[in-house]
Structure formats: structure tokens, C-alpha cells
Design a binder for this molecule. Structure first.
Ligand code: NAD
Ligand code: MG
Length: 298
């Protein structure tokens, strides 16, 4: 994003407003090969010390929303461990470089969170390398659009639930004994939990489950001084969309059916993940924070 200190930015044209080319990749996709590249705040995000000294584990931290959050957390003063799939090493190295350029520690933990044992190892590794843990930003996700339920196979159904939902149970279970009072947990739901698309049956169901999980968890951990909230994004330009997350015909005008008439860019979510991680949001827990371009949640 161009910095315009002299002029108030207009949300209608603050980011890319054109059509998106149908340039597909195999899942999980490499952001470095995307055209146009999602804007994760690499050039624009400015930190203000809001997470000074914090220690964050971010899943899906290589690309898209997770990358925007990793950059923002580092520039706000946190040390950051990111998880991603081994195939995404190239994207992850770029993020690590940006975290280090912000003067913070970057820890790379590749691996598959649909595996319970890996989830446990990842949490322990992050805790060890960062010498503690007080933010979990759980952002990794799987989305595959299928027009008819008859074509939705059990393998996809299982994987989508394992990655989007089961991993949250496994990660939080392992992390809870390590988290101090004041720690914050942020999950990533979707507008799909509220307005499910007809080709996203399994994905939308996982996103509803994430909201129920987060709200129940928030009530369970409140007595420990730990808060848990979910973010529910609308359409954001990311690798998820061009690796089967959308039907092909929906890519060119992706996001243009919102009141703001464009897709969001991951950097436009960074501020919300920072707010929910920081003590500024000390009275906010069990909430879902929508960032949708106007097609609101609920
Ligand atoms: P993205 O593809 O950039 O990020 C998703 C990440 O999930 C990948 O980078 C990958 O590292 C990770 N992942 C997938 N399977 C994994 C596995 N088995 N083990 C470990 N990591 C795995 O796309 P994104 O849009 O930034 O997605 C981030 C989150 O935001 C997802 O939970 C997605 O459901 C959610 N979301 C996205 C949108 C959107 O429009 N982009 C809207 C609502 C919610
Ligand atoms: Mg990725």
C-alpha cells in the first residue's frame, strides 16, 4: 500500500480493486508465485510497541493472513514462531527475514497440524525456542470448494476438520499449562460460519465449530486470566483462494460483491489480531471480530 500521510485513504481504493487472474496452484500454494501478491504489510505495517516482549506462536504464518500477523507482531515487539507445511519453506524464509529485520527472534517450525503428535511437539518447540509462550494465533486452515455433497469425499471431510478444528484442541491442550495469566488465544473463523456458501459445506461447518470452540474455551480459561477470541474474515486475497478454495469462476471478481466492492488484503486484518493479542483488549473475551468489507457477520 502506498503511504499517503497527506491524504486520508479511501477504503474503496486503498488496495487492489482490479480483476484477479485465474492462475491456479496446487495446495498449499506458494505466495511468492502469486500474481498479484497478497499485501501482508511488508512495506506498510508500522509497529508501536504494543506487544513488547511478547512470545507468539502463529500457525499458517508463512503466507496470507498468518504472514500479515507475523509481520505485525514482530514490528509490535514480539518474538515469533511460525508453523507451516514443509512445502512452504520458501514463503516461511521470507517471513523469518522480515521478523529478524524488525529486530525480533524468528523460529521456524514446519510440520502438519493434522497430526496430534506434531501439534504437541510444535508447542513444546515454540515454548523452548522463545523461552515461553503468551500468544497463540491459530490461523492455518484448509478450504476446498466442491459443488455437490455427492462429490465430497471422506478424506477431504476428515482433513478439513482435522486441520481447521481438531488441531485447535491439540494445540491449546498442550499449550495451556505453559500460558501465564494475561496470555491470549486467537482463532480464525470466517464469514462462512454465518453465511455459508453452497460449495463450502465442510469448510463452513468447521468455521462454525471454531466459533463454538473459542467461546466455550474462553469461559473455561477466564479464571486463569487467559482470554480467547475469534476473528471472522470476509473475502481476503490469499493462496487459499487459488489452490481450490474457490470455484474457478469466482476468482476474477473475488470480493467484489461486498459493499466495499473489493477483496480485503491480509494487512487489513493485522490490526485486529494485534488488538486481540494485546492488553488493550483486556475486557474482550469469547467474542468474534468480523472484518468483512461490509457483508457483516450475524
Ligand atoms: P493461506 O493459504 O495463505 O494460509 C493458510 C495456511 O494454512 C497455509 O499457509 C498453510 O501453512 C496452513 N496449513 C494448511 N494445511 C496445513 C497443515 N496440514 N499443517 C500445517 N499448516 C497448514 O490462506 P489465508 O487465507 O491466509 O488463510 C488463513 C486462515 O484464514 C485460514 O484459517 C482460513 O480459513 C481463514 N480465512 C480466510 C479467508 C480468506 O478469504 N482468505 C476468509 C475467512 C477465513
Ligand atoms: Mg502458505
Amino acid at each position: 500500500m502506498e503511504k499517503r500521510k497527506d491524504k486520508l485513504p479511501n477504503p474503496l481504493d486503498q488496495h487492489y480493486t482490479g480483476k484477479y487472474p485465474l492462475k491456479k496452484q496446487e495446495a498449499p500454494g506458494i505466495q511468492a508465485d502469486m500474481q498479484p501478491a497478497p499485501d501482508c504489510g511488508e512495506e506498510s505495517y508500522e509497529g508501536h510497541g504494543r506487544l513488547e516482549g511478547r512470545k507468539a506462536l502463529i500457525t499458517g504464518g508463512d503466507s496470507g493472513i498468518g504472514r500479515a500477523v507475523a509481520i505485525a507482531y514482530a514490528r509490535e515487539g514480539a518474538d515469533v514462531a511460525i508453523n507451516y507445511l514443509p512445502a512452504e519453506q520458501k514463503d516461511a524464509e521470507e517471513v523469518a527475514k522480515l521478523i529478524r529485520e524488525a529486530g525480533r527472534k524468528a523460529v521456524l517450525i514446519p510440520g502438519d497440524i493434522s497430526d496430534e503428535d506434531f501439534c504437541k511437539q510444535m508447542v513444546q518447540e515454540a515454548n523452548k525456542q522463545l523461552d515461553g509462550l503468551d500468544i497463540l494465533a491459530l490461523i492455518a486452515g484448509k478450504q476446498v470448494a466442491i459443488s455437490n455433497i455427492e462429490d465430497l469425499d471422506t478424506d477431504q471431510l476428515r482433513k478439513t476438520f482435522e486441520i481447521n478444528v481438531f488441531s485447535l484442541f491439540w494445540i491449546v491442550k498442550e499449550a495451556l499449562p505453559l500460558l501465564p495469566p494475561g496470555a491470549t488465544i486467537i482463532t480464525t473463523a470466517s464469514i462462512q460460519a454465518y453465511q455459508p456458501g453452497k460449495e463450502l459445506l465442510d469448510y463452513a461447518a468447521t468455521k462454525s465449530a471454531i466459533i463454538a470452540f473459542t467461546r466455550a474455551l474462553a469461559k473455561q480459561v477466564a479464571s486463569k486470566g487467559i482470554r480467547a477470541n475469534a476473528v471472522a474474515p470476509g473475502p481476503f486475497w490469499s493462496a487459499l483462494q487459488i489452490t481450490g478454495g474457490q470455484l474457478d469462476e469466482k476468482i476474477p471478481e473475488f470480493g467484489q460483491n461486498t459493499p466495499l466492492k473489493r477483496a480485503g488484503q491480509p494487512v487489513e486484518l493485522a490490526g485486529v489480531y494485534v488488538l486481540l493479542a494485546s492488553p488493550e483488549s483486556s475486557y474482550t473475551t469469547a467474542e468474534v471480530y468480523g472484518v468483512t468489507g461490509g457483508n457483516h457477520t450475524a
